[in-house]
Design a protein around this ligand. Structure first.
Ligand code: SAH
Length: 349
């Protein structure tokens, strides 16, 4: 079965060509799958019955299937999906005071092997397709609002689930363009944040995109010695190169770079490191998100105590860099940052 979700309007027109239908049928199909999030060809009543039947022989909207949903006491929900080839991925629905945030995966597993991250521990499967990335958003919105219903309040997307988005550049950007199309899902590009561990050529490519998400960089260390150890990708693109790419990145009006900093007890949380962080970010329009570490029994790290996180934050702020603490959400269901690792797959083995 080939998937319709992830196809542009031109590609859908191409798909419909053998069926010999008028051109507006492609626009109707586009409207059904992106605007209405209708993932059942049989239920697309705008399309003639004969076309639906013919389509269903070889095409499906998406084969990504929700296999489990875990509900946290704080309202967060973690969704486990299975793709047609059996790989499993996860996405998270995070309700907040004035909006909802969806945390998406861009790869099944991750090749980066960051020492503190569970996805890294489970290793690498494959890149997701644009359709599989969009299907996560569609499935969560449909679960919340129902097929065909627009979201009742703002939705933010963060590409911070499993995987390194800039190592799946083409499919990630295709998904973003489709998500942002006002004729389709209609999500604002300024409501999407892409988080990278520091793929420098990807950052330079992103700079040239007419439609692009906000950019967040997972820094988590202020020296190459420590960053090499925590985030092995640093050996390929060390801090100087990463920060140079950030300095030449063309920020839009009211746009800030976000630097994420996972707070690891006794590893990267000293006052000296707070000072060094400020030093590294000098001259950048940047803010810092401090993420208290979400521990996993498989990994040797602990979170910095809250008074240390607060002390670090105060020190960074006092030196003129805005710093925020990202409160953990969904810890009770393993939905928090760095915990998305498709444990079902791990336990099946
Ligand atoms: N590969 C991308 C996106 C996925 S990770 C990146 O590295 O940015 C999303 C964020 O979660 C990163 O900032 C990462 O450092 C952080 N993270 C990973 N494991 C974590 C954990 N156990 N606790 C808290 N944050 C974690």
């Amino acid at each position: 079965m080939t998937e319709l979700l992830g196809q542009t309007l031109d590609e859908l027109s191409e798909t419909l060509r053998p069926f010999d239908v008028p051109p507006y049928r492609a626009r109707q199909l586009y409207h059904e799958i992106y605007k209405r999030r209708n993932y059942a060809v049989g239920a697309m009543t705008e399309l003639p019955k004969s076309l639906r039947a013919a389509l269903r022989e070889r095409w499906t909207v998406t084969s990504l299937e929700v296999t489990s949903v875990f509900q946290s006491s704080d309202g967060t929900r973690r969704y486990l999906f299975r793709a047609s080839d059996g790989v499993q991925i996860e996405a998270v629905w995070i309700p907040e005071a004035d909006r909802d945030t969806i945390c998406l995966s861009t790869q099944a597993g991750c090749p980066l092997a960051c020492q503190f991250c569970m996805t890294g521990v489970l290793g690498w499967r494959r890149n997701l397709t644009a359709g599989e990335i969009i299907a996560q958003v569609g499935a969560l919105l449909n679960d919340q609002y129902g097929v065909g219903r627009p979201p009742a309040r703002g939705v933010n997307l963060v590409l911070m689930g499993m995987g390194e988005p800039l190592l799946n550049y083409v499919q990630v950007m295709k998904a973003i363009r489709l998500l942002c199309d006002s004729q389709g899902m209609g999500i604002s590009q300024r409501r999407i944040t892409l988080s990278t561990a520091g793929v420098v050529p990807g950052i330079d490519d992103l700079a040239k995109e007419p439609v692009r998400p906000e950019l967040a960089i997972s820094l988590s260390a202020t020296t190459n010695a420590l960053r090499d150890r925590l985030i092995p990708l640093n050996k390929r693109w060390p801090l100087e190169e990463l920060l140079a790419a950030c300095r030449r990145y063309p920020l839009r009006r009211r746009e800030w770079l976000t630097f994420e900093y996972v707070m690891l007890d006794g590893v990267n949380d000293s006052d000296e490191e707070a000072d060094q962080l400020v030093h590294l970010l000098r001259g950048l329009r940047a803010k810092v998100n401090l993420i208290p570490y979400n521990p996993s029994p498989e990994l040797p790290f602990r979170s910095s105590p809250m008074n240390r996180v607060l002390g670090f934050q105060a020190r960074v702020r006092a030196r003129g860099v805005p710093a925020f603490i990202r409160m953990p959400r969904g810890r009770d269901i393993d939905a928090a940052c760095g915990q998305l690792a498709a444990r079902a797959e791990a336990s099946r083995r």
